[in-house]
Structure formats: C-alpha cells, structure tokens
Design a protein around this ligand. Sequence first.
Ligand code: NCD
Ligand code: ZN
Ligand code: ZN
Length: 343
Amino acid sequence: MDTIEIIQPDDWHVHLRDGDHMRAVLAHTAARFGRAIVMPNLKLPVTSTEAAARYRDRILQVLPSGARFEPLMSLYLTDNTRPDEIRRARDAGFVHAVKYYPAGATTNSDSGVTDIVRCADTLEAMAEAGMPLLVHGEVTDPQVDVFDRERVFLERTLGALVQRLPRLRIVLEHITTAEAAAFVRAAPENVAATITAHHLLLNRNAIFQGGVRPHHYCLPVLKRERHRQALVEAAISGSPKFFLGTDSAPHARHTKENDCGCAGVYTAHAGIELYAEAFDAAGALDRLEGFASLHGADFYGLPRNTRRIVLERRPWSVPQEYAYGEHRLVPMRAGGDIGWAIA
Ligand code: NCD
Ligand code: ZN
Ligand code: ZN
C-alpha cells in the first residue's frame, strides 16, 4: 500500500503555546488536523472559562486564512477549581475537557493539583456535566524512579479514581508503558488513552544515542523497547479506547539544549505522517483511520470529520529547525527523512 485515504484526523492532545510562539506552530497543526484539544498549561494557566474564551480567540486570530481548524479548549484543574466553573465551562460549549496535572509533574504544572482528593466535588460536577478529565499520569514523589512514575501513578492514584467515579470519563494522556496500556484496556469503557507518535517510534535509547539528546527528552520519559512494543500493539489493536494525541510540545532550542533542559518533543510539523510511519512499520495501515480519525471523536461525543486526506509513501526531508517567535525550534527527525507525506 503506497497511498491511503482516511477521514481527516484530529489531535486530542497538543500544546500550541501563545503569542509569537503560537503563531509559529499553529499552521503545522491546522494543516493536518480538523480539531485539536489545546492544552491549558500556559505560563499563566487557563483556569477559567473566560480565560479559555480569550485563548480561543487568540488562536482563531492567528489561524492561517482558509484554514478549517477548530480548537477544542481545555481548563487547567487546580485545588481551587469550583464545581460552578465546570458548569460554566459546559454551558459555554467550547470547553471540552479539564486537565489534571499533579503539581510539579511537568512543564508549567506548578499550579496543578496537590492532592486529587481535594477536587472531589469538582470531579463529581464533571461526571454530572459529561466533562472528560484528562490526566498527566505520573507521581511526583522524588523517591520514585523517573521511569516508574507512570506505573506507580496507576497504583496509587488512578485506580482509586476510576473506582470512585464510575461515570467520569477519563483520558490517560500520552501513555508510555505496557502497564498503562493494560490498565486502560482492562478499565470500563469510560477510560481511554492517547498515544504519541514519538512513543510509538522511539525507545529510551533515543535519549542517549551517541551522547545526550535533549530533543528526545519529554515527560513521561521514553521507556524500554518492550513498552514501545506494547504501545504499538494498543494503537493498532482497533480498540476504541486508544486514539491519537501528538503531545507536540514546542520549546525554544536554547531552553532544551540547556543545563536544565525543558521536557517536550515537537512533532506538529509531521503530526499525522509520523503515525503513518509507525502503523506502516507494524503492517497496520488499515488501522490508522480508526486510531487517528474515529475513536477520539467518538469518545468525546463529537461528530466524526467528513473531509478526507490522502497520505502517500513519499520521503521528505525535515528542516534542521523552524522559526519559533524570536527563537528557533528543533522538530523531531530534524535533518532526517520522514517516509510518508500528505498528498
Ligand atoms: C509538555 C509541555 O512541554 O508542555 N511536555 C512534555 O514533555 N510532554 C507537558 C506535558 O504534556 O506533560
Ligand atoms: Zn503531560
Ligand atoms: Zn502534553
């Protein structure tokens, strides 16, 4: 199979940032995806419906002309998010999820939740409102090995949450382990997961290939090959619980090539093409459409897209860097080739 036509995909987890940074990266996402869940972890987190409305306006203002792309907004959960805010968000219509960052777990998560038990009333309101909870699933306990933080989060936090709130729809974001894939598969149907292209294509050797590779550092960190294989198996399984979320997370080059480099891999420049590579390598191109274009919309209760795109096996070279406001950004596969392109 050298070409494949699929319903236009959506990206259920993307970081667009703000201001000049957003201007630089939004076109990549909008050229590929019909819709995207826009993460709320700005420097000043998007914690209210009004802030989400203003952020949405800023996105729409810098959309390239002619782009048909709909940003789906999310709210940033804090210890102080009130049930009222959830009802306001639902009534507004453009907020489609609430994001749970354990405080300190990842980029701009300092205002995140210190203990999810404090959010009990708000989570009830979310279950009531049909508002999905998106989870960055890692413990922040410094005693826990970085490579175990996702697995331990399932044991310490997520298992109990799923039991306590059987009606709450939950997406475990950017899963990275065999344990997370198994957890989601075994959970009731209100629990799903997104999987990134980089976690399907790379294992943790990529962080250390010939020297330390800051552009392959993200959170949750890349894991062993057996975990990558389990993620591929989940993605190509056809299960509606698994769907596309790039977690494209741009950072300026100098903030990653740094004494204390930022976490995040930028993949929006090839946001569907990299998945085509991964599915092709697994001999499962026929499963790409479900994963990329159907399962996420179904889970979120949104209509499936009607437009279609064609992907073809046609290698193209990825630039060494892209402009990123006044800075530069190093994309995944910089200076290398990607085997699939949009026709
Ligand atoms: C994300 C970012 O940079 O905003 N980084 C990452 O490594 N994935 C935050 C996140 O999704 O955890
Ligand atoms: Zn995250
Ligand atoms: Zn993310």
